[in-house]
Design a protein around this ligand. Structure first.
Ligand code: SF4
Ligand code: SF4
Length: 634
């Protein structure tokens, strides 16, 4: 439970250690004490990966060792710095915010005698663990030591099964708790309504979403492959917490087993585009594709993060990035068929680019991760990334350059335009804007139908019985199709009004037909009318949240955030046009003085891309304080 809840406790760094100790029955502290008193060499230079709030750093500093701590969380680093300053140990301990996979960039080879890490490796994917072990080997001195304490699977089949059942139950409770936290505070009715509506989708998303932390598997074997010689393993909490000590191998240690492991290990695991979209892979994935990816578009569907070679790329070929949402990866590969390039599939929780970047799952950390694990830098001579434009709402171009050393530009919104963009090296107006073609609207209709049917069919079944279910599903499908295809021509200011008009037309037909044939309305007609009314309202009210062009009132109801109100501070604007280049709906235009003006505020759908990218903070959100207050009280 403690390991699953770790990410939640990180939001309250001052209470992090206390909670982790309570939930691990004090074993975590016991592990730390063993590291400090038995395993750390006096006078050693030590690196702690994932130092968190600095608990271990402080204990190490009292043991006459020179210690450096790194962590990727700004709040954790701030808390560690506060505690170190309070203990007056600032001269003995150094802490820095650094992604674990960048230690080879920040420290010279052979910088440390020992590396320790407590509960950091379990937050990484297998590829990241392998990559980090390799980097640890590099920054350690010859015969240096790696001391790793982390969550692991217990030995024995029954113990493993029991552990996974318990772990999944803890994950589910945590997941639902986090969802509830997002809803407006203090409104119990809204929370209940939200759960009544969203539970089926939440459960589906829970089943396919990758866990944030996972127990380490075969860590000793991985260590050997990375050039370590594990010499001791200690188990705690029935084998779910492991302490492994390993020494960097020297020439004398290289044995047959290590050599064999190394031979099978290809550090640059690039998959060809043909493998990615092979027939058999599609056949194997077919049921999942149809059911999960098209009908339930709003749930994550992860594929593994990797490097894909498309065509026959060389050392000058472009390097493009996308997220590990399976549907996106397959579509992008198809769209890039005519070009030679490298495609980096970055870890982003299996979510599409726009949502992942907006929700923080596709971030600069994802880019660091895929750059390091893929080792693409060894395959090309340049250092230039092409990012999908729709990630502009979460990834700042200047930050990418500062933190990775790679320059980055935004490519077209639609992957289909990438070959033309690469040929001309410029994005046309059309390439920068989100379109909403009939085909895309049809896809949205299918997604909306799947999601609304799954969430709401239970209510007509409870009221009218099981027979109402197929009627309701057909009604939702009909309204979703009509609204999607006719959204630009059906009269009405809002989508509820458009759906209302369709509902009234349908009712007029039903009433006229019944009156002509039987001269009266039956109970069945009444039921049909109520189902149509509910279906029309649901489709009309939730339609905007399925489109890339309109704001969603549904989210506002539950999450309470007001619409963005943007303003450009003229004196700060340098006319770089970046805001216009990332805006998916053309809200900006250039004034005579070469400064940008917010000419179409009505089109703004609040993606925040312009705010994230503006290099001079010339764009301000007038309701930023309210956003801040709401996010703090949630
Ligand atoms: S991004 Fe900022 S500085 Fe650049 S044109 Fe837009 S408002 Fe002006
Ligand atoms: S103006 Fe609105 S739609 Fe355009 S980038 Fe800014 S927030 Fe997004």
């Amino acid at each position: 439970m403690a390991f699953v809840l770790m990410k939640i406790f990180e939001e309250a760094p001052r209470r992090f250690d206390r909670w982790m100790n309570i939930l691990t029955l004090g074993k975590l502290q016991a592990v730390r004490q063993q590291i400090v008193s038995e395993l750390i060499r006096p006078g050693a230079t030590v690196l702690e990966i994932g130092c968190g709030t600095g608990t271990l750093l402080l204990e190490l500093a009292s043991q006459d060792v020179k210690v450096t701590g790194i962590d990727n969380s700004q709040v954790m680093i701030q808390e560690a710095q506060r505690r170190i300053a309070a203990a007056d140990l600032s001269s003995e301990v150094e802490v820095k915010k650094l992604h674990a996979l960048q230690i080879e960039d920040d420290f010279e080879p052979g910088s440390f005698d020992q590396i320790v890490s407590v509960l950091a490796f379990s937050e990484m994917s297998d590829d990241e663990v392998d990559c980090l072990l390799g980097q640890c080997r590099k920054v350690l001195k010859p015969a240096g030591e790696l001391i790793l304490a982390d969550e692991s699977e217990p030995e024995g089949f029954m113990a493993r099964c029991a552990y996974h059942v318990y772990r999944q139950a803890s994950r589910l409770i945590t997941y639902l708790g986090l969802q509830a936290k997002e809803i407006k505070k203090g409104n119990v009715f809204l929370k209940l309504l939200y759960f009544a509506i969203e539970l089926p989708l939440m459960l589906l998303a829970f089943l396919v979403a990758p866990p944030v932390t996972r127990p380490l598997r075969g860590i000793e074997r991985r260590m050997r492959r990375a050039g370590f010689c594990p010499w001791e393993t200690r188990s705690f909490l029935g084998g779910t917490l492991k302490l492994v000590c390993a020494r960097a191998t020297t020439f004398d240690d290289i044995d047959y087993e290590v050599a064999l492991l190394a031979r099978d290990f290809d550090p640059i695991r690039a998959e060809s585009e043909a493998e990615t979209s092979s027939f058999w892979r599609s056949v194997r994935a077919f049921p999942k594709i149809v059911i999960l990816q098209y009908i339930f578009r709003s749930i994550p569907y992860p594929t593994h993060a990797r490097l894909i070679r498309i065509g026959n790329p060389g050392r000058k070929s472009p390097v493009l990035v996308t997220t590990n949402y399976d549907l996106t990866v397959r579509r992008v590969c198809r769209a890039f068929k005519s070009i030679d390039c490298f495609l980096l599939v970055a870890p982003a929780g299996g979510i599409d680019v726009w949502c992942a970047a907006g929700g923080g799952r596709f971030s600069i950390d994802s880019i660091i991760s895929i750059l390091k694990t893929s080792r693409v830098a060894e395959l090309v001579d340049h250092r230039r990334l092409i990012l999908p434009q729709l990630c502009a709402n979460g990834i700042n171009l200047f930050e990418v350059r500062r933190r990775t050393g790679w320059s980055a530009v935004f490519g077209p919104v639609d992957a289909k335009d990438v070959p033309a963009y690469l040929q001309s090296r410029r994005r046309t107006e059309k390439m920068m804007r989100v379109t909403y073609t009939a085909k895309e609207r049809l896809e949205m209709a299918v997604a909306m139908w799947g999601s609304l049917s799954l969430r709401y069919t239970i209510f007509p079944v409870l009221i009218f019985g099981l027979a109402a279910a197929p009627r309701f599903i057909v009604i939702i499908a009909t309204f979703a199709l009509l609204i999607s295809l006719g959204c630009f021509i059906i009269p009405g200011k809002t989508f509820v009004q458009k759906a209302g008009l369709l509902f009234l037309s349908a009712m007029a037909v039903v009433v006229a037909r019944e009156m002509l044939h039987t001269g009266r309305l039956t109970g069945f007609d009444l039921q049909l009318g109520l189902l149509c009314f509910a279906g029309a309202y649901l489709v009309g009210s939730s339609y905007p949240s399925y489109t890339p062009l309109w704001q969603c009132g549904y989210s506002k109801l539950f999450y309470g955030f007001p619409n963005l109100r943007l303003e450009i501070i003229e004196e700060r604007c340098i006319g770089c046009k970046l805001c216009d280049q990332v805006c998916p709906v053309e809200c900006f235009s250039l004034a005579d003085d070469h400064k940008m003006i917010f000419s179409e505020p009505g089109l703004c759908e609040g993606c925040m891309a312009c705010l994230v990218q503006c290099p001079t903070d010339a764009i301000v959100n007038q309701v930023a304080d309210e956003h801040q207050r709401l996010s703090q009280c949630q």
